[in-house]
Ligand binder design. Structure first.
Ligand code: NAD
Length: 294
């Protein structure tokens, strides 16, 4: 990329009101983080239950802050009012920046991004939290691709400091600037990266998941692999990390990586990760993945 993240911030328009599409693992986490640092956020989903879950998660995280005496009950209540759950685009007219965090499916994302573009102002910045899908590809159906870039958070959002800001071919400096500024306001460390399947972090992480999958397919005990990687010094092993990420998200992301880098990422037959997914073992989101949860 041409410039470092800090150099884009000078051109940043203020980001005062934001919105997140999808109230899942990531959408809920993004809403919490934004609310916690004081930027109001609309949280939109298509399902009431998803909104409930997203809010429940945010409340849990705020309650932990109260337990640790970092927040009073009054402060928690005030911060929670920064999150406004909704099933409609009714209040999107005055939103400065939108983070799309719906399922990792290019067609669904295309529809959602076109839909929201019709609901926001001309200067609103649209971003996608996609893990792997090319930003140039997602920009194709947009009327204002200059206002669009990637804003890739990591899971769990409240703990992971990095945010990848992905610049597409048509992304303006102003859009990158506003996104970098919002990431910073959320207490995160933004880096600006070029567009490619998987961007920077997942280009490293998915070959690692692939290596882990091969080990398991060849008979390795996943729990032992996890223990070894913890001893190596990583905070968690690959099986546990896959449970945190979600096996569905990992499978969909891997498909995009295999399409983008067939020489390195495409595999014959089913991977151990695919087998887990086929057996509805989605990880922590449905209480069963490599490990069983309550
Ligand atoms: P998730 O399955 O937990 O949540 C997706 C949410 O999107 C669901 O609540 C669903 O109801 C909602 N949704 C579906 N269609 C919608 C629509 N049209 N409008 C509004 N909401 C809609 O998924 P997730 O793990 O939160 O992943 C979301 C995105 O974030 C994906 O693109 C994923 O690749 C990316 N991501 C995931 C992780 C991770 O570790 N899980 C990390 C970084 C990025």
């Amino acid at each position: 990329v041409k410039k470092k993240a800090s150099q884009y911030e000078k051109q940043a328009q203020p980001v005062k009101q934001t919105a997140v599409l999808g109230a899942g693992i990531m959408g809920g986490g993004i809403a919490y983080q934004s609310a916690s640092k004081g930027t109001p956020i609309l949280m939109k989903d298509i399902k009431d239950e998803a909104l409930e879950l997203g809010l429940k998660e945010a409340r849990k995280l705020f309650a932990k802050q109260v337990e640790r005496n970092k927040l009073t009950n009054e402060q928690m209540a005030e911060k929670l009012t920064n999150i406004r759950p909704t099933l409609s685009y009714g209040d999107f007219g005055n939103v400065d920046l939108v983070v799309e965090a719906v399922v990792e499916n290019p067609k669904v994302k295309d529809n959602v991004l076109s839909e929201v573009e019709g609901m926001v102002g001309e200067n609103t910045i649209l971003t996608s939290n996609t893990s792997t899908i090319s930003i140039n590809r997602l920009a194709q159906n947009l009327k204002r691709p200059e206002n669009f870039c990637g804003m890739h958070f990591f899971n769990p959002v409240h703990r992971m400091p990095l945010v990848e800001v992905i610049r597409g071919e048509k992304t303006s400096d102003a859009a990158v600037g506003a996104t970098v500024a919002y990431a910073r306001a959320m207490g995160k460390t933004p880096i600006v990266v070029n567009d490619c399947p998987g961007f920077l972090v997942n280009r490293v992480l998915f070959p690692y998941f692939g290596g882990f999958s091969l080990l398991v397919e060849q008979g390795a005990d996943f729990q032992r692999v996890d223990k070894v990687m913890e001893k190596f010094g990583w905070p968690m092993g690959p099986a546990y990390l896959l449970d945190v990420v979600g096996l569905d998200t990992a499978v969909h992301a891997n498909e995009v990586m295999a399409e983008g880098f067939p020489d390195r990422m495409a595999r014959e037959g089913k991977t151990a990760i695919q087998v887990m997914y086929d057996n509805d073992r989605l990880g922590q989101k449905n209480d069963k993945g490599f490990y069983a949860y309550e």
